[in-house]
Design a protein around this ligand. Structure first.
Ligand SMILES: [Zn+2]
Length: 211
């Protein structure tokens, strides 16, 4: 566990208990290596904008998830301009959908609320460090910042192990456990070409929404 994570893991319970007393705010970055990229998740260690109330709500949702039998104990809240615009918890078992992670559910709700597929200007609070799928979704949604409580290494002994996916991403496609093969099929590319030439609104719905 890096120093940043250790300090944060120790500081969260304190700040959740005494948020009014602990008003000290600094920031830190937790750097993660991704295949050929170096990107950053903001670690939320005493961040200027961090609001413990939103993390408390995410924790509340994480408890609701397993007590209701709907999913694993992970909760997520998305905020914009000081308001919650989307929240959720893991719904993998409720939906019978392995992609229904708390972050995915919250992103879906926030996008529905804002009628946009971009969540720039938003911050995401989650009770567990996002998995590779949710991390990618966070980037697709253009969320500004991520605050997470439990680290991957903290929850890995409980079966939340996503390190093998990060390992897979570092491999060449041909070396991955799941067969990942390129096939030659020109018709598939023709659809892309036809879409590029299409001028009807149905082909470009985001233009109408001003996205
Ligand atoms: Zn996930």
């Amino acid at each position: 566990m890096c120093r940043c994570n250790l300090v944060f893991a120790l500081s969260v319970p304190l700040r959740l208990t005494f948020p009014a007393i602990l008003g000290i705010k600094t920031s830190a970055w937790n750097w993660i290596n991704f295949p050929n990229l170096k990107f950053q998740i903001q670690c939320s260690e005493m961040d200027q904008n961090y609001d413990a109330a939103y993390m408390l709500r995410a924790i509340e949702l994480s408890e609701l998830a397993y007590k209701s039998g709907k999913g694993l104990p992970i909760g997520c809240v998305i905020t914009k301009n000081g308001k919650i615009i989307g929240e959720g918890h893991n719904e993998v078992f409720q939906r019978m959908n392995p992609t229904a992670h708390a972050e995915m559910v919250a992103i879906e709700k926030a996008c529905g609320q804002t009628e946009s597929v971009q969540l720039s200007g938003c911050e995401l609070y989650t009770t567990v460090e996002p998995c590779p799928m949710c991390l990618a979704a966070i980037y697709w949604a253009k969320i500004d910042k991520v605050y997470y409580a439990n680290t991957s290494s903290q929850v890995e002994p409980f079966g939340f192990d996503d390190s093998f996916i990060f390992d897979e991403l570092r491999k060449n496609a041909a070396e991955r456990q799941i067969g990942y093969l390129h096939v030659t099929e020109p018709t598939a590319f023709h659809v892309i070409e036809k879409w590029k030439d299409a001028d009807d609104a149905a082909a470009y719905p985001w233009d109408e929404k001003g996205i």
